[in-house]
Design a protein around this ligand. Structure first.
Ligand code: HEC
Ligand code: HEC
Length: 275
């Protein structure tokens, strides 16, 4: 009998000791898979804001409501939510699947604990920081066009997107033109993070099942970076051309004006002088 009691007490102790550790590990894994591509904790903004000290900016109830259903909080007209959406270039945090009140609670605890650390395990972005190469750019181009298949069998980007100077017929029109997306989404780290977990309502259902592989993210980033560089030179030239055309055009109009109106005025004057 006492032996049974002992085992029982031991088991209870084990559960008390292990459960919190388990919950924390679980929430760290959950965070890594579902949040880390958009949020660092103390490493600066990616697609979404840095979550360090979020609990000092907003109260727990608000944070939990926002994590559970961002769109609902934004739609409620909450001015703070509007502000953080604007700061995120209008990108709206997608509703994260698989959240329960327990998970949301433990995520909040995790974020608070990580905020207190000098360097959180989530201070860096998950994407490698190696430099982009010319080879990346070419691979990225092939992935975009679909001449090279995506590893996880997602559809090629060209089906829904255009980019200046690619494809005789251009690409699909469902998604926006991506020529300048590199700058629009905030450069290498932010775009890489965005691609590892696309925050697009249209793309989420597709690329959640067929994610863009880690090894494909930087090549795509390199491709977009190259495009935005070439294109901004293009527009520069284009504007200059327009300006030249503008001046030439204006000169031609003035000459013609002078020719026709000048003659008319002269003939009117002549007629008046005669009369
Ligand atoms: C695809 C990118 C993305 C993912 C994934 C994502 N978020 Fe967000 N999150 C955002 C953006 C963007 C904002 C800023 C508000 C907006 O624009 O919707 C935001 C805002 C927040 C805020 C408020 C931040 C502040 O400064 O007030 C919290 C808290 C938050 N997210 C937590 C989470 C948690 C926890 C997860 C994972 C369960 C998660 N987010 C997953 C993009 C994301
Ligand atoms: C089924 C159509 C579809 C496919 C395929 C697709 N996208 Fe998208 N994408 C969209 C739509 C639509 C949007 C605009 C946001 C929205 O409405 O969901 C978008 C938005 C984006 C954005 C953000 C643009 C911005 O200015 O905010 C990027 C970056 C992007 N897509 C990259 C890609 C890449 C890279 C691929 C290929 C790996 C790809 N997309 C494949 C439909 C698609």
């Amino acid at each position: 009998m006492p032996k049974n009691v002992c085992t029982c007490i031991r088991n209870i102790c084990l559960v008390i000791l292990i459960l919190p550790a388990f919950a924390q590990d679980g929430s760290a894994d959950f965070y890594k898979q579902n949040c880390a591509s958009c949020h660092t904790i103390g490493g600066g903004r990616l697609t979404g804001p840095d979550l360090k000290d979020i609990h000092l900016r907003k109260d727990d109830a608000w944070i939990k409501k926002f994590i559970t259903d961002p769109q609902a909080v934004i739609n409620s007209g909450d001015p703070y939510a509007r502000k953080i959406v604007d700061e995120s270039r209008g990108i709206i945090m997608p509703k994260v699947g698989g959240l329960t009140p327990f998970i949301v609670e433990s995520l909040l605890i995790l974020i608070k604990q990580e905020s207190e650390k000098e360097k959180s395990i989530f201070a860096g972005s998950a994407i490698s920081d190696r430099p982009l190469t010319d080879a990346d750019m070419e691979i990225g181009r092939e992935l975009f066009l679909g001449t090279k298949a995506l590893k996880n069998e997602g559809p090629s980007c060209m089906g829904c997107h255009t980019v200046a100077g690619e494809g005789i017929l251009g690409g699909g029109r469902l998604g926006p033109d991506l020529t300048q997306v590199y700058g629009r989404l905030g450069g290498k780290t932010a775009l890489a993070a965005w691609l590892s977990s696309p925050a697009s309502e249209t793309m989420v259902p597709i690329y959640k099942k067929h994610p863009i592989d880690e090894s494909e993210v930087l090549p795509l980033v390199a491709f977009f970076k190259g495009k935005s560089a070439i294109h901004s030179q293009d527009t520069g030239k284009h504007d200059f051309n327009l300006m030249i055309f503008g001046f030439t055009g204006l000169a031609i109009v003035l000459v013609l004006f002078d020719f026709f109106w000048g003659n008319r005025l002269r003939s009117v004057r002549k007629a008046m002088e005669k009369g």
